[in-house]
Design a protein around this ligand. Structure first.
Ligand code: BGC
Length: 736
């Protein structure tokens, strides 16, 4: 506390002193940014520079008090603003004003396929960060969905580099419009949690450039991200938080990144490499980001006294130091020192509504046989809701993205609210998963302790199911270890806690069964033929129950589509079938570029649910796709157009997907790759023309021999699909 008061007083006096004289260049916002950076830099002492580039607490760095440059405050990310922890410990600070809006998980955002939703998300969460005086938001995450076992997939945007790249850009711009830096994570190849601090990823250059890097590149070049977080793992045997290839050669070299490379918490492991290999700001050393800590270790950080000593003894120069300081200064000028940035707002009804809207657009209707959904409340007298996830709080747990939400509407409450007195809603647990509803000292939700044996719970659920007109089973995964949880991968693809048995028994008891899967990952569904309706319900945040209920009763017509493939079994997942997951000290991505639908296409595998799949309560018909020129030059843009009609009785939205297929090429290419999409809203009976324009980037592959992107002349096909497996029609064109 005393430390803080001194810092605040110092800032005050520094500002006053500065006011008395002529305004220095660095504080004059009419001056260009680079001049201000250089001016501030040359005023700083060596000690101030060193202090500026490493943490002073779990989540903050000190700024430059003498010059009136405020502290840097980071926060998780990416689904809401993390509750305050103590200065030097991971324990809760116990503040009463840090209950945030919990936004839907990023898998749900990706499932909206709607850039406006991404922009709304970024703007809203940025406002929350700003209000809480944070200037770096630790998110969004864009690591590619390689295996359904990765415990952190829920924090990312799916398996396709183009979709993730398109969706990450508006999020970043939205956050940064508040004068808060987005910190895109985890760069790069962090696709599993097992051995996450040590595993060395072995991947070929094509897969690296075509699959694992494009979303980060879009974040940097199109999104203009002001910071990026290195990942825990290794690439080419070097830790990624100080990785020459990833940080210097690619990020800062090839892509021209001008922002700050932030270490992941505890991701720095070496004295020399961080100086030279592109790291700018060191956080969380000697912690795993969650619980272990080394009190007041900050002076011993690699970029603290050890670095200072090296400079003083002449072992290393100051060129690298100045580059790091310049980058952090630039970030400060764009955030805390931007006098025009807005003030932000926190846990407001507007943000809850934004979260609900995103949730409603991201929920995916996977299956709807006999049009079981939406529930017709005029004909339904009794609804049985079964399953632990109908009552379990999900905004807590899962690791660093765990939140202290201002409130969370459970699926059961959401259904009860919307049904009102139109029907009776009855509930049974059906099984016990994890009764915990707390994480790292944040206790949220009811005590779910249950002593009755499994058979009794199942019998109760079956009895209830038999008595109801319709049964809604709300199950799936949760945020506990070995589920959707940072630090752990899932142990199996099957649903946990004996849910398959419960679902099968419920299907026998009542043919009107809806399965709502709460998860950020695909799961096996051996009972898929017995369950007429299946809904992918993600983790939806504060407004979970309301969003789900509005979809279930048809107040909202579902319009989300899957951002990743649901394989039937793990044997159909390339990371398992061809590559390795999770590997040992090394993990080999032997499947190369054939990730997700690229693998299913290649092997002619029919997934349980394909990438891009999602149903609606209405139906759509597609016209013929046309192309504006059938022969294109390398510098041309080419536009494909298709008429889409809502042929049903409800208003709805369809996501039109454009895949490009290279009919003949020197290097093996995927059968097709997503290169454009458009979500189109259509009133019942309405028809619109959807046009999607691409350039040569969409036709290119990464030639690893030439180390360059190549668009090879020849014939291509543009494929219009309602999913990766539901091709509507195609048109050929030629690159001259
Ligand atoms: C996670 C990051 C997170 C950081 C700070 C780490 O363990 O990997 O995603 O931002 O902790 O909480």
């Amino acid at each position: 506390m005393l430390k803080k008061c001194i810092a605040v007083a110092a800032i005050f006096f520094a500002a006053a002193a500065v006011n008395a004289q002529e305004k220095p260049v660095y504080l004059d916002d009419s001056k260009p940014l680079n001049l201000r950076v250089e001016d501030a830099l040359q005023r700083m002492t060596l000690e101030e520079k060193i202090a500026f580039i490493h943490a002073q607490s779990k989540f903050s760095a000190p700024g430059v008090p003498r010059l009136g440059i405020p502290e840097v405050w980071t926060t998780d990310g990416p689904h809401g603003i993390r509750p305050e922890v103590k200065w030097d410990e991971w324990d809760q600070a116990g503040w009463t004003n840090d209950r945030c809006t919990a936004f839907p998980a990023l898998t749900c955002l990706a499932a909206t396929w709607n850039k406006d939703m991404s922009s709304l998300y970024g703007k809203s969460i940025g406002e929350e960060a700003r209000f809480r005086n944070k200037n770096i938001l630790l998110g969004p995450g864009v690591n590619i969905y390689r295996s359904p076992l990765n415990g952190r997939n829920f924090e990312y945007m799916g398996e396709d580099p183009f979709l993730a790249g398109q969706m990450v850009v508006p999020y970043i711009k939205g956050v940064q419009s508040n004068g808060v830096a987005a910190c895109v994570k985890h760069f790069a190849l962090n696709n599993q949690e097992t051995n996450r601090n040590t595993v060395n990823v072995v991947v070929d250059d094509r897969a690296l450039y075509e699959i694992y890097l494009p979303a980060f590149k879009a974040a940097v070049q199109q999104g203009g991200a002001w910071s990026i977080m290195g990942s825990y793992n290794k690439y080419k045997g070097q830790q990624n938080c100080h990785n020459q290839y990833l940080l210097n050669d690619i990020l800062k070299g090839e892509w021209g990144f001008e922002g700050v490379v932030v270490s992941d918490w505890g991701g720095v492991h070496d004295g020399m490499q961080p100086i030279f290999n592109g790291l700018d700001l060191e956080f969380g050393t000697w912690t795993d980001g969650l619980n272990t800590g080394n009190t007041n270790a900050y002076d011993n950080y690699y970029l603290a006294k050890p670095y200072l000593d090296k400079i003083k003894s002449g072992k290393v120069g100051t060129k690298e130091l100045d580059d790091k300081v310049r980058r952090v200064l630039r970030l400060c000028f764009l955030t805390t020192l931007d006098r025009n940035r807005p003030y932000g707002s926190f846990a407001t009804p507007e943000h809850a509504l934004a979260g609900r809207k995103i949730a409603e657009e991201g929920i995916v209707l996977l299956q709807n046989n006999n049009n079981l959904l939406p529930i017709d409340l005029n004909k339904t007298k009794r609804i049985a809701v079964i399953g632990e996830n109908a009552i379990k709080a999900m905004t807590v747990g899962g690791g660093s993205s765990s939140l202290k939400a201002n409130y969370e509407v459970s699926p059961l409450d959401g259904i009860k609210n919307i049904v009102g007195n139109k029907a009776e809603v009855v509930y049974a647990r059906g099984y016990v998963g994890d009764p915990n509803s707390n994480y790292n000292g944040v206790v949220f939700g009811a005590d779910l302790t249950e002593k009755r044996p499994a058979e009794e719970l199942l019998a109760e659920a079956v009895k209830l199911a038999k008595s109801a007109d319709i049964v809604i089973f709300v199950g799936g995964l949760n945020k506990s270890p070995y589920q959707d949880d940072e630090g752990y991968d899932r142990k199996e693809y099957a649903l946990p806690y004996n849910q398959d048995k419960v679902v099968s028994e419920l299907a026998k008891a009542n043919k009107n069964l809806v399965f709502v899967n709460i998860s950020g990952n695909a799961v096996a569904m051996p009972w898929v033929k017995q369950v007429p309706a299946i809904v992918q319900g993600w983790y939806l945040g504060t407004e979970t129950g309301n969003a789900l209920a509005r979809v279930l009763v048809g107040d909202v017509n579902p319009s989300g589509k899957l951002p990743f493939t649901f394989p039937v079994s793990l044997a159909d997942n390339p990371a398992k079938a061809v590559g390795e997951f999770p590997g040992g000290d090394e993990v080999h991505y032997t499947e190369g570029i054939f990730v997700g639908y690229r693998y299913a296409d290649k092997q002619n595998i029919k997934p349980l649910f394909p990438f891009g799949h999602g149903l609606s309560y209405t139906s759509f018909s597609y016209g013929k796709v046309s192309v504006d020129k059938s022969k294109v030059n390398a510098d041309d843009k080419v536009t494909f157009s298709v008429k889409v009609k809502n042929t049903g009785k409800r208003d709805g939205a369809e996501i039109v997907q454009l895949y490009i297929s290279d009919l003949k090429s020197s290097l093996t290419r995927p059968v097709k790759e997503l290169k454009g999409f458009e979500k189109v809203y259509l009133k019942a009976g309405e028809e619109k023309t959807v046009s999607i324009t691409v350039d040569k980037e969409a036709l290119s592959y990464f030639d690893d021999k030439k180390h360059a992107w190549v668009a090879e002349p020849g014939d291509f096909e543009a494929i219009i699909g309602a999913s990766s497996a539901d091709v509507k029609n195609k048109v050929k064109f030629t690159l001259k």
